[in-house]
Write a protein that binds this ligand. Structure first.
Ligand code: PMP
Length: 396
C-alpha cells in the first residue's frame, strides 16, 4: 500500500530551530520561529491566563462536548473584541463566531466553506504570504492565485496590488491580513485599506481577513480598524481570528471563524453549513483555550491584566524595531533598514538576501528564515549593537 509513498520535505523553520538548538555559540540568536519572546528569550504564559485557568480548575463541572460552534460566551466576547463592543452587526445578529482549533482551523473551515458553498471561486493571496495559506487552501480544494504585495525592492507596492485586484474574477475571494502582515511586517495604511475596499466593492470580491495578531500592531482597537471598516461597508465578510499570540495560548488551539452576513436569517443558514463542515473535520473544538479567553474577556480585572500584558509585548517589539535601526546608524545603515521600524508585528522582511542570511547563520549564529524574514521578538535588547555589527559585516 505505502510502497510508492514519498517523503514530504520538513518545515524549513523547524529544521532551522533544530540547527539553532545544536549551535554551541553562547551568543546565538533565534530570529526564526514565529512565537513571541520576552527579554529572557522565553514565551511565558500570561498571568491573566494562569489566573483564569485556576478559576476554571475550581469551577469546571464537565468535560462533555461543547457544541459545533464551540463555547458561546467565547464566541460572543471574541466577536466583540474583533468587531467592536457596540457593533450593529452583533445587535442585529448578522455576525457570529464558530470556534475552531486555532486560527489555522478557522482558515481551514473558511476554505471548506468556500469550496462547499461557493463552488468555483478562487482565492487570492498576497505575494508573499504565510506559507501555510498556500498549502492549506490548495488542500481544501481551492484554486489559489496571488496578487503583488511586496516588490523586489522590499517595499509595499500598493499600486500593483490594487491594479491586480481590479482584474480578479468577479466574486472571487481575496485574503487580506488585518495587521502585522506575516511574513513581511508591511501593513496597509488606512488610506490603502479604503482603496482596497473600493476595488472589493467594484469587483464584488469576498474578503477573507486573517486576524492573527490583534494587539501586536498599534493596539487592540487600532488593529481592528480595517476589519471594522470592511464589516461596516460590506454586506458579507469572513474573518479568521487567532488567540495564539495575543493570549499566548498557542498549543491550546484557540480561534474562530467569524462570518458577517446580509441578515440574521442568512447567518443561520451559513452557520448550519459551518457546523456541518466542522463536524466532518474535528467534530467539536477543543474547550480549554476558549474557556480561558471567555473568562478573561468576561472579567474586568482579568481583562485589564491581560490588556496590560499584551500591551507590554507590543511595546517590547516596537522598541526592538527602533533599537535595531538606531544600532545600525553608526554603520551608515539606518536609512537602508529604516523600514524595520515602520513595519508592524513580530515579523520583518529585513531585505537581507539569502546569501547574507546564510552568512549571518554560519559566521554569527544568527538564525532567520532564508527569505530574510526575522522574528523581531527574538532580538535581545542588550545585544542590538552586536547584531548591527554582524549585519554590517554581511552587507559590506
Ligand atoms: N495566520 C497567520 C498569518 C499566522 O501567522 C498564523 C500563525 N503563525 C496563523 C494564521 C494561525 O495561527 P494558529 O493556528 O496558531 O492560531
Amino acid at each position: 500500500h505505502f510502497a510508492s509513498l514519498v517523503r514530504v520535505p520538513g518545515d524549513p523553520i523547524l529544521s532551522l530551530m533544530e540547527a539553532y538548538r545544536q549551535d554551541r555559540n553562547a551568543a546565538k540568536l533565534d530570529l526564526g520561529v514565529g512565537v513571541y519572546k520576552d527579554a529572557q528569550g522565553l514565551t511565558p504564559i500570561p498571568h491573566a491566563v494562569k489566573l483564569a485557568e485556576q478559576r476554571l480548575l475550581d469551577s469546571e463541572l464537565t468535560k462533555t462536548y461543547v457544541g459545533g460552534h464551540g463555547d458561546a460566551a467565547f464566541g460572543e466576547r471574541l466577536s466583540q473584541l474583533v468587531l467592536g463592543a457596540n457593533s450593529p452587526l452583533l445587535t442585529e445578529q448578522r455576525a457570529g463566531a464558530t470556534q475552531t482549533p486555532g486560527g489555522t482551523g478557522a482558515l481551514r473551515l473558511a476554505g471548506d466553506f468556500i469550496r462547499h458553498c461557493l463552488p468555483g471561486r478562487g482565492i487570492w493571496l498576497s505575494a508573499p504570504t504565510w506559507p501555510i495559506h498556500e498549502t492549506l487552501f490548495a488542500e481544501a480544494g481551492l484554486k489559489v492565485g496571488h496578487y503583488p504585495y511586496v516588490g523586489a525592492d522590499n517595499r509595499l507596492d500598493v499600486e500593483a496590488m490594487i491594479a491586480a485586484l481590479a482584474h480578479l474574477p468577479k466574486g472571487d475571494v481575496v485574503l487580506l491580513h488585518a495587521c502585522c502582515h506575516n511574513p513581511t511586517g508591511f501593513d496597509l495604511s488606512p488610506r490603502d485599506f479604503k482603496r482596497v475596499l473600493e476595488v472589493v466593492k467594484a469587483r464584488e470580491l469576498l474578503p477573507l481577513i486573517d486576524f492573527a495578531y490583534q494587539g501586536f500592531g498599534d493596539g487592540l482597537e487600532q488593529d481592528a480598524w480595517a476589519v471594522r471598516l470592511f464589516a461596516a461597508e460590506l454586506p458579507e465578510l469572513l474573518i479568521t481570528s487567532s488567540c495564539s499570540k495575543n493570549f499566548g495560548l498557542y498549543r491550546e488551539r484557540t480561534g474562530a471563524l467569524i462570518v458577517c452576513a446580509g441578515d440574521a436569517d442568512k447567518l443561520v443558514d451559513i452557520r448550519s453549513q459551518l457546523a456541518y463542515l466542522a463536524r466532518n473535520q474535528w467534530s467539536t473544538p477543543p474547550a480549554h483555550g476558549a474557556a480561558v479567553v471567555a473568562e478573561i474577556l468576561g472579567d474586568a480585572e482579568l481583562r485589564k491584566l491581560w490588556q496590560d500584558e499584551l500591551e507590554s509585548m507590543r511595546l517590547r517589539v516596537a522598541s526592538l524595531r527602533r533599537g535595531l535601526v538606531e544600532a545600525l546608524a553608526p554603520h551608515g545603515l539606518s536609512e537602508r533598514f529604516a523600514h524595520i521600524a515602520e513595519q508592524r508585528g513580530m515579523f520583518s522582511y529585513t531585505g537581507l538576501t539569502p546569501v547574507q542570511v546564510q552568512r549571518l547563520r554560519e559566521e554569527f549564529s544568527v538564525y532567520m528564515v532564508g527569505s530574510g524574514r526575522a522574528n523581531v521578538a527574538g532580538l535581545d535588547a542588550t545585544r542590538l549593537e552586536q547584531l548591527a555589527a554582524a549585519i554590517a559585516r554581511v552587507c559590506g
